[in-house]
Design a protein around this ligand. Sequence first.
Ligand SMILES: C[S@@+](CC[C@H](N)C(=O)[O-])C[C@H]1O[C@@H](n2cnc3c(N)ncnc32)[C@H](O)[C@@H]1O
Length: 300
Amino acid sequence: MSNATDTPIQSVSASTSFPEGFRIVHKRRFMAEGNTKYMLPSDDEELNRLDYQHYVIRHLIYGNFKAPLDSELEKGIRVIDVGCGSGIWVMEMAVDYPRSTFVGVDCAAVFPTKDIPPNCTFIRGNTLEGLPFKDESFDFVFQRLMILAFTPSDWRFATRELARITAPDGFVELIEGDFFVQSAPAAYAPLYNAIVGTAASRGIDLSVLHDLPSVLSDAGLVDVKADYVSSPLGWHGRVGDICNKSMKNLFVALKPSIRPVISKTDEEYDVMAEQIIDEMKEKKSWSKIPCAIGRKPRRG
Ligand SMILES: C[S@@+](CC[C@H](N)C(=O)[O-])C[C@H]1O[C@@H](n2cnc3c(N)ncnc32)[C@H](O)[C@@H]1O
């Protein structure tokens, strides 16, 4: 196997439209700056996957968020989505709550730059370099699906940043996805081990997911509540179909990062992923979408 496609693109000629700050790995575009340990691609195909996943999660949690902020959002508050990806959450929230103001921040310039609601802005920012906002700038700080981006110490730093930019009595909300599949087919074990192992080789520990309440309380947040919703993978009617499709999309997105450690060709990987996805239907497999919220205490 040639490693030519693993080589970061160092120079970008003016005649190509390939943007700076990215590299190609197995035909997918990844960040080459910002957060290079992040395990998923940063390209149009990934943005489509994130949008699909957004609708799946919105369906599963009966809305876009869990924090008790509906009436405040109606009246008008300041909201930020940290690691906003395609920006779909921010854009939808901005339309749903026109009196509130919304910011989406991401270390990769993948968010929209046009056709943005007037109460919504996007900027580049790397949480791990400190978010470019003053203390207490937001009443609602939202962060979703960052488990493949942070080491445990990154989590500590990042969550302190989220707490720092939250105003007193404001809320921080975390929503994540768990790779551990309940009632999983046996064929999933090597894939799961490859995900955990590849993450570990970058310092990323997926078990942080199981302790989101401590992540929030260690950052000084109080009244911490945590829960999860179940994602049926290919059964339980149409919701199961969309959850299973979202899982399949995730296996495709992870392929460039994990295929090298499971010694499969491109085609073998696809066959294995397809088989797992089919068997999840028979086994009635399911996974968890963990959510946690915490409130910033008042001063004094
Ligand atoms: C799995 S995507 C989730 C996107 C969005 N939150 C959603 O739920 O659809 C993770 C996003 O986090 C961004 N990201 C990774 N590390 C980051 C960091 N250190 N600071 C800011 N954004 C980061 C990635 O560029 C990517 O867009």
